[in-house]
Design a protein around this ligand. Structure first.
Ligand code: GUN
Length: 282
């Protein structure tokens, strides 16, 4: 039987700390402000943006939402980013991905002021993470590190296996585990004998977007298993990348889906926005 890492509870504790700090900042005349930009009608993105806005309001941030039509041009979106870069009330800018195909996401992200890049997607911030000198960490990998540390799980010296190599999760996750002195392996779709690499892991982080992909036979007894996946099954239920039913009896700690990593991502966005406001307020 594994311990269940409760992301909702840990998230609530961190959000309470953020709300406290926000109150103190606001009393000094600076209210952290986040602008969230969404282009088009992607239903999942709309849900994420709504949740981000609500979370901002709950901790006392100023929150602005820019919902732009699908046919928005590159020039229009760049003009908005430029305006938000210059807006002193706004400390963080988040452009929800994916953008419609006619827009160049890389170019848009490159035009966000790195000081306001609370997603930590700008190449300047990615580079700073690589060398371990950063202001912002990408939200999902940072959330995973918080779940580990607040559950008393030591990373130093452990075999860490990250399944998935995306720019948003897998690659930065590996870097953060490395900064915490883990011995890190990154697996991906071309990895030979994935199961045996996964079975080496003391800490297994899975972010591949394939429902119930990691099964109990791929996990070392006593391993810590962190499931970043969020997939919708045919019956409409949400499920992760980890087959909870077969992995939970083998693991020592496991995150559920929903209620594990998910709530932490927005919490880390709040943390980055607070930090951005603190840095810009100086
Ligand atoms: N789309 C899915 N996850 C994210 C995220 O963390 N940030 C942004 N901007 N878009 C996303």
């Amino acid at each position: 039987m594994a311990n269940i890492i409760n992301g909702k509870e840990i998230s609530a504790a961190i959000r309470a700390e953020i709300a406290e700090q926000t109150k103190e900042m606001t009393s000094r005349g600076i209210t952290p402000g986040l602008a969230v930009v969404i282009v088009g009608e992607d239903p999942a993105s709309k849900v994420y943006v709504r949740n981000k806005k609500r979370a901002c309001e709950e901790v006392g941030f100023l929150s602005e939402e820019y919902a732009l039509p699908e046919e928005t041009t590159q020039e229009e979106l760049l003009a908005l980013v430029d305006r938000l870069n210059k807006d002193e009330k706004i400390h963080g800018i988040l452009v929800q991905l994916p953008l419609p195909k006619h827009l160049d996401s890389e170019l848009i992200i490159a035009n966000i002021d790195p000081k306001k890049d609370v997603d930590a997607f700008h190449s300047f911030n990615v580079g700073r993470i690589m060398i371990g000198d950063y202001d912002f960490l990408p939200c999902t990998p940072a959330g995973v590190m918080e779940l580990l540390s607040r559950s008393g799980i030591e990373v130093s010296g452990k075999e860490c296996v990250v399944v998935g190599r995306s720019n948003i999760v897998g690659k930065p996750q590996a870097m953060l585990l490395l900064h915490a002195n883990g011995t890190v392996t990154i697996c991906h779709s071309r990895t030979k004998d994935l199961a045996s690499v996964c079975r080496r892991a003391d800490i297994l982080v899975v972010a591949i977007g394939k429902a119930d992909f990691i099964t109990g036979d791929m996990v070392k007894p006593g391993a810590v298993v962190i499931d970043v996946g969020m997939n919708r099954r045919e019956d409409g239920k949400l499920t992760g990348d980890v087959d909870f039913a077969t992995v939970e009896p083998v693991a020592s700690y496991i995150t559920p889906v929903p209620g594990g990593v998910g709530p932490m991502t927005i919490t880390m966005l709040l943390k980055n926005t607070l930090k951005a406001a603190q840095l810009q307020g100086k």
